[in-house]
Ligand binder design. Sequence first.
Ligand code: NAD
Length: 461
Amino acid sequence: MSDRIENFINSSAGKKVLGALGVNAPRELARYTPSQRSFFKGRLLLGAGDNAALLAQVSKILAESDAEVVGDDNARLQCTALAQDNGSDAPFAALVFDATGMRDSLELVAAYRFFNANIRKLAPGGRIVILGRPHMGADNAEQAATQRALEGLSRSLAKEVGARGSTAQLITVASGAEGDFGSSLRFVLSPKSAYVTGQVIAVNAVEQSGNVDWHKPLAGKTALVTGASRGIGEAIADTLARDGATVIGVDVAPMEDDLVKVMTRLGGQPLIADITAEDAPAKIASAAKQAGGIDLIVHNAGVTRDKTIANMTEQQWQMTLDINLAAAQRITRELLDQGLIRNGGSIVGVSSMNGIGGQRGQTNYAASKAGVIGYVDFMKNDEQLRAHNITVNAVAPGFIETAMTAAIPLFTRMFGRRLNSLSQGGLPVDVAEAIAFFANPLSRGVSGNTLRVCGQSWFGA
Ligand code: NAD
């Protein structure tokens, strides 16, 4: 029965019914494969408002890609004309606009002109990137308002281009971080961010240097991933190993066979532990110590125990809070106390869209996932983390196709996966790519972010 309904929804008649309801048929999203030579390929239109600060740096970053850049750092507002003068009607694979110099709301018209003239030329699966400044770092209220306006612009552009599988993001680059946003720009321009759209990535100034191989950014690093035997955790382990990391995968005893299979495939190390057990922090710290310290911990293990609050037992409440939130904090504290997260390392939590928007029947789950966001937001200022250049971030997945979402009742599932700007569910690898981006040694300026991997879900937006 459910197959027949699913077939109907995927048929042309079904698509018409969904279309009438404003739900678009999904466009297949391109994902990263190691055969891609560089992070970006294609025509890219680069524009800017007055006093833009990042054009030279953007050009330098793009020089490492296969981008054919139209417009240059002297072009500013004239880059639109330059593109037309170029005589080519070929579509753009990306539109990048540097708005860092804008100080007055009426100057935003430069961004209007740029996108008004060019958005129709954005190819399906294209990328829009706006570069701005954090509004709270502004010199005055007018500048703050102007910079914050870019968020509304970029999120709305994401909604306008999502049906064609295109994405739009804003990167805010703090003063002094002009050399630190390269990994963020590469990520949002590349297919690694296929299911990330309508997001803001904040980059702060840090001390970091050196080059990283785009295909093996985590070479020589050790990563510990909880809940690594299946679903999103397995994809995280796969992706980190693909990027060069050695993975220690943690899961509960009943998942041992699956965990061993995954770790054997990746040349990683399985570690059986219930993260809520009293001895779990010590056990995990001991494995980290044997590895000579770790560079990344991903707190992915999570459960749902759904009931409306009136019907929920205290055990269902407490167990969910402990696995999804408290256990991760205890483990992180132990690793930090023992100095087992190396300089320049990363801590990543896994939140959820429902932690942002709330969900009926998920008071426990949403509380735990909102807690992850609060933890990350607070810990970014932790003295020990700052002293060791350790970042702390979270991903907030939306509807991701896993065993967890396959268990959702059919109609809720069918609609759930389409209620976002890209009209489809994401894949576990999409969450993993965002985590690998946080872990990239050149992402040290990215801390305290909760990045939604949700196709710009209509909920919690
Ligand atoms: P999953 O159920 O497929 O995998 C979770 C893993 O965590 C399992 O391997 C499980 O054995 C392990 N685990 C559970 N309790 C544990 C414990 N006490 N100790 C050690 N390991 C434990 O779930 P998934 O869909 O892959 O989700 C992974 C994470 O992503 C979870 O934190 C989940 O809340 C979050 N998330 C998922 C979605 C989605 O759409 N699937 C959306 C938002 C957030």
